[in-house]
Design a protein around this ligand. Structure first.
Ligand SMILES: Nc1ncnc2c1ncn2[C@@H]1O[C@H](COP(=O)(O)OP(=O)(O)OP(=O)(O)O)[C@@H](O)[C@H]1O
Ligand SMILES: [Mg+2]
Length: 165
């Protein structure tokens, strides 16, 4: 192992929002490398396939040499161990995120004390953005401009057309 500080940013990213992008950019400035790790098979009916989500994230972060996109399954701390990552990055939007995130962080510490969870706050403008809400707004015909990357906005529109509305 070298002395590089590698961080993992896990999530479902269905789809990637500007809140996620904000956290990834902050992480890319803080750590030597950050891996956007897309969790496999969590949602029973995701809007975007894992392959689509990987492709989107790779495209959005094409200009960031220290941002990597990967997928994982099973225990996050085991994945971190395999990758040689010492840090798990999570985003905190509001108090409502806190309880669940703290529980996860402490459980992960119990499972692997060598991995530290680091929380970051996004720009205020993204504190109300979630993938779930973005999907809901688009399904109901609203605009998510400036809340997701342009590429995601286009893909959301395509999905909506494909579903016959
Ligand atoms: N707008 C945001 N600002 C900061 N952190 C965020 C934002 N959206 C998500 N995160 C964080 O990113 C990580 C991965 O989140 P996840 O993939 O569940 O996104 P999500 O938007 O919460 O999706 P969903 O609505 O499907 O739960 C979590 O730590 C989550 O708190
Ligand atoms: Mg979430």
């Amino acid at each position: 192992m070298n002395g590089d500080m590698l961080a993992i940013y896990p999530g479902s990213f269905d789809p990637l929002t500007n809140g996620h992008v904000d956290i990834i950019q902050r992480g890319s400035r803080l750590f030597d490398r950050i891996v956007v790790a897309i969790l496999l098979n969590v949602e029973k009916a995701p809007l975007f396939t894992v392959a689509e989500r990987v492709e989107i994230a790779r495209e959005v972060f094409a200009g960031y040499p220290n941002v990597e996109v990967d997928t994982f399954d099973g225990l996050l701390v085991e994945y971190a161990r395999r990758k040689g990552a010492g840090v798990i990055v999570r985003g905190l939007r509001a108090i409502s995120d806190f309880e669940y995130e703290m529980q996860m962080a402490l459980m992960n510490r119990h499972l692997n004390p060598d991995v530290e969870t680091v929380f970051m706050m996004p720009a205020e403008t993204y504190t109300y953005v979630s993938s779930r809400l973005v999907k809901e707004v688009v399904a109901l015909g609203g605009s998510v401009t400036n809340l997701v990357p342009t590429l995601v906005e286009d893909r959301l529109r395509e999905k909506k057309r494909g579903r016959g509305n």
